[in-house]
Design a protein around this ligand. Structure first.
Ligand code: PLP
Length: 399
């Protein structure tokens, strides 16, 4: 008898993955440029030249034995030092480089952290709309998922309800700003209020409540906005970072866990993270890419390309008549479906070769997510299809 939960998981890929596979098949049938695949957050913009050049230099000029050797389980010390220094320079937050753990991307950062924190039955709060894998990561660590709703139309967390949801079993909350799937950025005020609530509840229950800050999009913010870092507001913050989007390296699987210096039981928590990484087999993140990060930690992709896509798509959708949440970051737009059932809506969109993800996958009803991390000409070409889809609904309403 195989593991039932994992068998079921493997046999039912996520809606995002299913749509991604559908789009691959459709592209083979009618051509790459005729399918408007907005399903997955796979950046279409290349990694910066500096990153490519440093990678080539590393391969050419490092002793291959050293280049491909194991590192310490938690990563290479000199890489940690660079990350640590840059975190301070960018956000004025202190993390202890001895408590940094290099990982295979944000998924691993989250999984390792959750396994380090959770005892069976502990609760982790996630905010709907949420990244669908959170539920799987938490349940796999034997935790209980508790869902906090967002206020509409701001899509900011409902803080009155946050206070009500926290109890003696609450171990943490996952925050992902800017948010996948809405692109909403949490500002100063929201983070302060969240911190106040968590601090109050920690005192009330004499427990640590950890804020897991899932940050794959923290550099992808627009309009000259700066990123308010959760660790500046709340001491018990665990940073779960990934270079997948910021350096356009999603297939290379590299990221890290960093512990805010002010975490009370930081050393103990780091041991639990090391133990969890070991138990899950997530030790020694890809060494070639660790060494690359040492050289290019802050060499970001060209954010202007994403902002340009955001501006164009947002304005076109609004002009057609769609109701859209204006994203301030990440590379997703959340549009209101033109009927209550977002599955039906995305099914109708498929007729026009538009591939979007229904919002039910993210824990809310009545919306669809568009991943606009594609080439701009594909977005331009897709506008006709968005118009046709809108007209189809309009005509039906007028019948
Ligand atoms: N968290 C969020 C919110 C994401 O959108 C993603 C990927 O799209 C991840 C985590 C996982 O990122 P990684 O590719 O670094 O594992």
């Amino acid at each position: 008898m195989l593991n039932k939960a994992n068998l079921e998981l493997g046999m039912s890929p996520s809606m995002i993955r299913r749509l991604f596979e559908y789009s691959k098949k459709r592209k083979e049938e009618i051509g790459e440029n005729n399918v408007f695949d907005f399903s997955i957050g796979n950046p279409a913009f290349k990694t910066p030249d500096k990153v490519t050049n440093e990678l080539i230099d590393l391969i050419k000029n490092t002793d291959p034995v050293v280049l491909h050797s194991y590192s310490s389980s938690s990563g290479i010390d000199s890489v940690k030092k660079v990350i640590n220094n840059n975190l301070y320079k960018k956000y004025q937050i202190n993390v202890d480089e001895k408590c940094l753990y290099l990982t295979c991307g944000a998924a691993a950062s989250l999984t390792i952290s959750l396994h380090a924190l959770i005892n069976e039955g502990d609760e982790i709060i996630i905010i709907a709309p949420y990244f669908p894998e959170y539920k799987i990561f938490i349940e796999n660590a034997h935790g209980k998922v508790v869902i906090l709703d967002s206020e509409i139309p701001s899509f900011l967390p409902n803080l009155v309800n946050l206070e009500k949801l926290i109890n003696e079993k609450t171990k943490g909350i996952i925050i992902n700003s800017p948010v996948n799937p809405t692109g909403v950025l949490y500002k100063d005020e929201t983070l302060k209020q969240i911190a106040d609530i968590l601090n109050k509840k920690q005192k009330e229950y004499h427990n640590n409540i950890y804020l897991l800050s899932d940050e794959p999009y923290r550099e992808l913010i627009y309009d000259g906005l700066s990123y308010p870092h959760p660790a500046s507001y709340y001491d018990n913050t665990i940073i779960c970072y990934s270079y997948s989007k910021s350096l356009s390296l999603p297939g290379e699987r590299i990221g890290y866990i960093a512990l805010n210096d002010k975490i009370e039981n930081k050393q103990e928590l780091f041991y639990a993270i090391c133990g969890s990484g070991r138990a899950l087999g997530f030790v020694c993140a890809p060494v070639l890419f660790q060494r690359l990060i040492e050289r290019v930690d802050t060499n970001l992709v060209d954010i202007n390309l994403y902002q340009d896509n955001r501006d164009y798509l947002y304005h076109e959708l609004i002009n057609i008549g769609y109701e859209v949440v204006k994203p301030e970051g990440a590379f997703y737009i959340f549009i209101k479906a033109l009927e209550d059932d977002s599955y039906n809506f995305i099914k109708k969109a498929l007729k026009y070769e538009l591939i979007m993800v229904p919002s039910d996958s993210f824990g809310v009803k009545g919306y669809a997510r568009i991943a606009y991390c594609v080439k701009k000409d594909l977005i331009e070409k897709s506008i006709e299809s968005f118009k046709k889809l809108y007209l189809e609904y309009k005509e039906k309403r007028n019948e």
